[in-house]
Design a protein around this ligand. Structure first.
Ligand code: AMP
Ligand code: MG
Length: 504
């Protein structure tokens, strides 16, 4: 008997099956509560590539059985999810800030995806027990900034939490002016921060601290379980990931803006996009956060701050490293030893990236000096960081014009270019091949402040087209995209007057 072609409709997408391992850690970690509904919700932006990575159907946002718009606006629970806000503490601007926590975000739970289990977190979802003086909301402006940056960083190849969608509302929210509320649905394997460890250490809850350690090790760092001291090994693994992340940031000219320990991911992801910025003109002292009066989080200081934050994490982990014993000087030495590799991992990581950005195939002892002097050259004229690197890809010893034209002091450029040309000649570098290689590591498109601002202004006027266009461009940052050349241009004069602060 021949098999009849099946006339049955394709199977319906099964509803999401939720888990929540953070909930299972116990009541010390969180408070369960639902989101608070936003009025008149509407779609602002979605990252469909991310939805596809999660294995969701293409029509996820419109499916009647998912009610995604309502769910993201907090107007309906996601069937099967048990949302909760987690508690953490942290150091803010170098000072112990005490208890913080998810003041305006809810962990909806974890779902299985082709890339493994992912947590979904709804930011801007209303008051929680950790809201302190805040209103539990996020404004449209900062939600679009977080959404675009998350997806842009991912496309650049930099570890980051992701953003699936932004939903807007008519709810007025007071900041410096009255704005409107929005939510962002964020996605990451975990939203745990250094501050979660600090919380249980500072509040004298060793059993909870131990449960947190066990969870993080089992779920995310199983390779450290067999180490002589798993807690110290975890600290070292986090230090290594953080060092690599910082090398990524510096190489692309990304400034986080608020590197408080509560904004440091235990997985080494970029997390909590607030007053971040991508460098326009290169200035190592650039401070992107207008509220950062001391310049604590200036671009050039970020790698050092990463280590400072790891020291705070190490401090919190001392009881874990000591295990059943008392914390002694030897415990401290183990912790310091775990942080030891940070500097070298960072420096090696950055050196490797700079060599790739210079298009060098081999390694010579003077490569670091060559890269440093190029950066010094950029700094001396505040040359546009992204454009300079990208134009350098087309550098030819016999035709240096496009990149050379960026500099006022042509003699200074020529002196450096002669060394660069000699270096390239020594490894018989082929211009076209090198250019192709360099364009895979020197992005043409980054999320400059003024680009985000243009998308935000349009969105505040009800036009979300620019946000969608910009997202598409940023999803292919290394591609030429000649039709979008304007997005790769120098920032306009008004960009210099843009101020981004902690207000979000
Ligand atoms: P951030 O600087 O955005 O990482 O936030 C620091 C802390 O303040 C975290 O505990 C946030 O949850 C909380 N927070 C920030 N803005 C608000 C807000 N509008 N409402 C409630 N909590 C907030
Ligand atoms: Mg934060």
């Amino acid at each position: 008997m021949s098999a009849l072609p099946s006339l049955a409709p394709p199977p319906a997408t099964p509803p999401l099956r939720w888990r929540n391992r953070v909930a299972a850690l116990g009541r010390d970690f969180h408070t369960r509560l639902p989101a608070q509904a936003l009025p008149e919700p509407h779609w602002v932006a979605r990252s469909e590539p991310l939805a596809a990575e999660l294995g969701w159907p293409a029509d996820w946002a419109e499916r009647p059985d998912w009610r995604a718009l309502e769910v993201l606006a907090g107007g309906a629970p996601w069937p099967g999810a048990e949302p909760l806000a987690t508690v953490y503490s942290g150091h803010q601007f170098g000072v112990w800030a005490g208890q913080l926590g998810d003041g305006r975000a809810l962990l909806l739970g974890e779902v299985d995806t082709p890339a493994g289990p992912m947590e979904l977190q709804l930011k801007g979802s209303g008051l929680t027990p950790y809201s302190r003086m805040g209103d539990g909301r996020a404004v449209l402006r900062s939600s679009i900034r977080e959404f675009l940056a998350s997806e842009a960083m991912h496309a650049l190849g930099i570890p980051t939490t992701r953003a699936l969608a932004v939903v807007g509302s008519t709810l007025p929210v007071r900041r410096e002016t009255v704005e409107t509320a929005a939510t962002v649905l964020r996605v990451a394997p975990s939203f745990l921060r250094f501050g979660h460890f600090e919380h249980f250490a500072h509040h004298g809850q060793p059993a909870a601290l131990r449960r947190l350690l066990d969870f993080v090790v089992d779920a995310f760092y199983p390779e450290v379980r067999e180490a002589a001291n798993p807690a110290a090994a975890l600290l070292e693994a986090v230090a290594r990931r953080t060092a690599r992340l910082l090398a990524d940031w510096q190489a692309v000219g990304f400034c986080h803006g608020v590197m408080n320990t509560d904004n440091m991911s235990i997985l080494g992801l970029t997390i909590d996009y607030g007053p971040y910025g991508f460098l326009d003109g290169f200035d190592p002292r650039h401070v992107c956060n207008h509220s950062d009066h001391q310049g604590r989080y200036a671009y050039a200081r970020q790698p050092g701050i990463g280590l400072w934050n790891l020291h705070a994490l190490a401090q919190a982990m001392l009881p874990l490293i000591a295990g059943d014993d008392d914390v002694t000087e030897a415990t401290g030495e183990l912790a310091l030893a775990a942080l030891e590799p940070y500097k070298a991992v960072y420096e090696d990581g950055l050196a490797e990236q700079l060599r790739a950005k210079l298009g060098l195939a081999g390694i010579e002892p003077d490569d670091v000096a060559l890269a440093d002097d190029w950066l010094r050259l950029l700094a001396s004229e505040r040359t546009d960081f992204t454009i300079a690197w990208r134009r350098l890809a087309d550098f030819r010893a016999d035709e240096p014009a496009p990149v050379r034209d960026l500099f006022i002091d042509r003699a200074a450029f020529d002196a450096w270019a002669a060394r660069y040309a000699a270096r390239l000649a020594r490894e018989s570098s082929v211009d076209a091949e090198r250019a192709a290689r360099m364009k895979r590591v020197n992005p043409k498109f980054v999320l400059r402040n003024h680009l985000a601002e243009q998308a935000i202004r349009a969105a505040e006027g009800g036009d979300f087209g620019e946000t969608a266009r910009l997202l598409k461009v940023l999803q292919r940052p290394y591609d030429e995209q000649p039709e979008h050349a304007a997005y790769a241009d120098f920032p306009p004069d008004w960009a210099q007057r843009l101020e981004v602060s902690c207000s979000s």
